[in-house]
Design a protein around this ligand. Structure first.
Ligand SMILES: Nc1nc2c(ncn2[C@@H]2O[C@H](COP(=O)(O)OP(=O)(O)OP(=O)(O)O)[C@@H](O)[C@H]2O)c(=O)[nH]1
Length: 695
């Protein structure tokens, strides 16, 4: 506690109290603080004030006495002693809360009447005037010590009480001061902090505004980046290091149909779009490992060229390039489908041309064309219909993946202005697009019903033209959903129709060649080689299935005379005329062949002996009754000799039947000509007589 006594009491009040006490008791006293400062005093005696303090020796004794008194007071008790000048001094400590703050000093007094002799001698020793000095000594109050001590103790208690009270007040004041100081400091701190906070707040506000600007700028940049990426003509995605797909642009969704989140990881993506296990094992897996290694090595990875299955099942050819941007894998997907399609088409074209060149049957070639388009557009099914000889009906060329029941009702359909897509396309000689079979007026009746029952909803048909503009048939693409073709589809269908045209024209040319190789140049009927070849096959077939088969040999009678009379050219014409006449009397299944010169043969499948004889007779009669009209000459007729034979059980090939028929012909010649002779099974080496012509 660093408090001074003067701080605790009102010295003026204390002075008054001391005066009152002095007036009552006559005891001189004073108050000295612990720094020896006299705070107040009263009744200081003349003996001391004038004589002792006025003399250097006596004053020094006073001072020494005071020091001694103070020393004694340190113990904290009331003390009293006789000073070196012979007077009594008393002191009572005023202790507040254990601390000696001040002392009440009493003096000068005497406890008993003064020893005047002592003072007289002191006066002499110090040089004082004796009488005034002794008078002053005698004015010093004489108070018995017990009385003095109790008065002083009372006084000291009162002073201590005042000091206690003062201390409480002082403390209160101190506390108030401290509080005020604390308040002031607090206020200062609060103000400082408020100021700081305000500044911080201001900075924060500025930061918020800046952040807002940055955020808006970032958003703007992000929007720009998004717009840029969305406008990108290539698909873009990026994924994290652990393979999570974090972004796909609009083109990506356009290309593949998948949105962000539908395929969460890169692994899911490849599993879905490249489902072929072999492609996964041999192509995707090694490439993905290479891309992963590039993250550390920084090496570039060559792009991946692969076929991708889109969400709708369609396929696209993709060139996938990747690059690492930090821990993000950026992938670009370039759609090279058009180029790939062109390559594929070119490949299929080569394959088809190879099939044609190798002489594969037309049906196989057409099937290959159809399947090629179906591979390119897996959701489609295709057909090729062929215009028949009369140019009025379409027959099935190839439709391997359309339902059999549907193919059956389409096969042989008549073309017309409102006969589905193909019948109409062949009729109008132009492409017919039916996007909705269920509602298009070109489709009706059983065709519409059957198509819908077969799950077919759209059909686009392209006429197949020959190089000289003739319609050869139609190429059609069917879809299970209503849809119209894109520009790409139109190219595809045109390409397929073009390929089919090449196949059909080649087949036609091949058949023409075959025809030329097989037919007799003069008459247009089968030549000897083709006749024998076909007849051999027919004999084998009839033997295998135990079916009847007959053979006629014919020779013009006296043909030499025709040549001789009318010239060789006329003879040629007669031979042509004769074959026409014969053809008119035959069925389409019968085969007429010129074996040489004016000798002919006729193969009659599914014909027993009796019917064969009837046919031979009918032909013989028709020829003999026909009047030949040559310009500039009179009309004339020719006749035929005909030998007939029928296939018998032991016949191994054509030789035997030919030999028998020839023999029967010889008989007919020998026995008068213009007749039909028969060689029978039972009379193999003997010609039956009379001949049929004679009957
Ligand atoms: N104009 C013409 N004549 C042919 C052709 N091939 C063979 N000839 C002739 O047909 C004649 C056949 O005569 P021959 O073998 O004597 O028989 P034929 O005169 O018919 O008498 P028969 O057969 O005994 O009734 C010959 O004069 C041949 O030149 C041909 O392509 N054109």
């Amino acid at each position: 506690m660093s408090v001074r006594f003067a701080d605790l009491v009102d010295l003026e009040d204390l002075q008054k109290m001391m005066l009152s006490l002095y007036n009552i008791t006559g005891i001189p006293h004073g108050l000295v603080d612990n720094g020896n400062t006299v705070l107040c005093e009263i009744g200081w005696q003349e003996a001391c004030r004038v004589f002792h303090r006025g003399d250097a020796v006596a004053a020094a004794r006073c001072k020494a006495s005071n020091l001694e008194l103070n020393r004694l007071l340190q113990a904290g008790n009331s003390v009293g002693h006789c000073c070196l000048n012979g007077l009594m001094d008393f002191a009572v400590p005023i202790v507040v809360e254990g601390q000696h703050l001040a002392s009440i000093v009493v003096g000068q007094v005497l406890n008993e009447p003064p020893n005047l002799e002592f003072f007289r001698q002191q006066a002499r020793a110090l040089g004082f005037e004796e009488e005034p000095y002794l008078a002053a000594i005698q004015k010093i109050p004489v108070i018995p010590r017990p009385q003095l001590e109790s008065i002083m103790t009372l006084y000291a208690n009162a002073a201590r009480m005042l000091a206690d009270k003062g201390l409480a007040l002082w403390r209160l004041k101190q506390a108030e001061q401290q509080l005020a100081q604390a308040n002031a400091r607090l206020k200062q701190q609060v103000e400082a902090q408020t100021h700081e906070l305000a500044e911080k707040n201001q900075r924060l506000q500025a930061d918020i505004v800046l952040c807002g600007r940055i955020e808006s700028e970032l958003r703007h940049q992000q929007d720009k980046l998004q717009a840029l990426l969305d406008a990108s003509p290539v698909g873009v995605s990026w994924s994290s290091l652990d393979g999570q797909i974090e972004y796909v642009n609009r083109k990506f969704t356009e290309l593949f149909g998948y949105r962000l989140g539908e395929l969460p990881t890169v692994k899911d993506w490849y599993r879905q779009v490249c489902p072929d296990p072999q492609v996964q094992q041999n192509l995707i897996k090694p490439w993905v490992i290479q891309v992963g290694a590039a993250h550390k090595s920084g090496e570039s990875v060559p792009p991946l060229d692969t076929l991708v299955t889109c969400k709708d099942g369609s396929q696209r050819r993709m060139l996938i390039t990747t690059s690492w941007v930090g821990d993000r894998l950026l992938a670009n997907f370039s759609d090279i489908t058009p180029r790939w399609q062109v390559e594929q088409r070119e490949k299929r074209r080569e394959q088809t041309l190879e099939l044609i060149a190798k002489g594969y049957p037309l049906s196989r070639v057409l099937e290959s064309i159809v399947q090629g388009v179906e591979i390119e557009s897996p959701s489609s099914r295709c057909s090729i219909l062929l215009l028949d000889k009369d140019g009025q009906h379409l027959t099935l060329g190839a439709a391997p993946n359309l339902p059999e029941a549907y193919n059956q009702i389409v096969d042989g359909v008549a073309i017309g202005p409102q006969v589905g897509s193909c019948g109409t396309a062949a009729y109008l000689r132009q492409r017919v697009v039916v996007a909705d079979i269920a509602h298009d007026p070109l489709w009706g009746g059983r065709f519409r019903r059957m198509a819908l029952d077969s799950g077919l909803r759209a059909c686009w048909s392209e006429p197949i033209f020959s190089s000289d503009g003739q319609v050869l048939g139609t190429f059609a693409i069917y879809h299970s959903q209503t849809c119209a073709p894109t520009a790409e589809d139109i190219i595809q269908i045109g390409h397929a129709a073009n390929l089919a045209s090449i196949a059909l024209e080649h087949d036609l040319a091949r058949r023409r060649l075959e025809y030329q190789a097989h037919m007799d140049f003069l008459t247009g009927v089968a030549n000897r080689r083709y006749f024998v070849q076909t007849a051999e096959a027919e004999v084998a077939r009839s033997q295998r299935y135990a079916r009847p088969l007959s053979l006629l040999m014919l020779d013009v009678d006296f043909f030499k005379q025709v040549n001789d009379r009318y010239g060789h050219k006329a003879g040629d014409w007669v031979l042509q005329h004769l074959t026409q006449l014969l053809q008119q009397g035959l069925r389409s299944a019968d085969l007429l062949g010129r074996l040489g010169g004016e000798e002919f043969a006729i193969l009659l499948p599914e014909t027993a002996e009796m019917q064969a004889i009837e046919v031979a007779e009918r032909l013989r009669r028709a020829v003999s009754e026909d009047l030949i009209h040559l310009e500039g000459v009179e009309r004339f007729s020719i006749s035929l000799s005909i030998g007939v034979t029928t296939l018998v059980e032991g016949d191994q090939g054509l030789d035997e039947p030919l030999r028998r028929a020839d023999k029967a012909l010889y008989t007919a010649k020998r026995t008068g000509r213009n007749k039909v002779c028969v060689s029978t099974q039972t009379q193999e080496n003997r010609v039956k007589a009379p001949c049929a012509g004679d009957v």
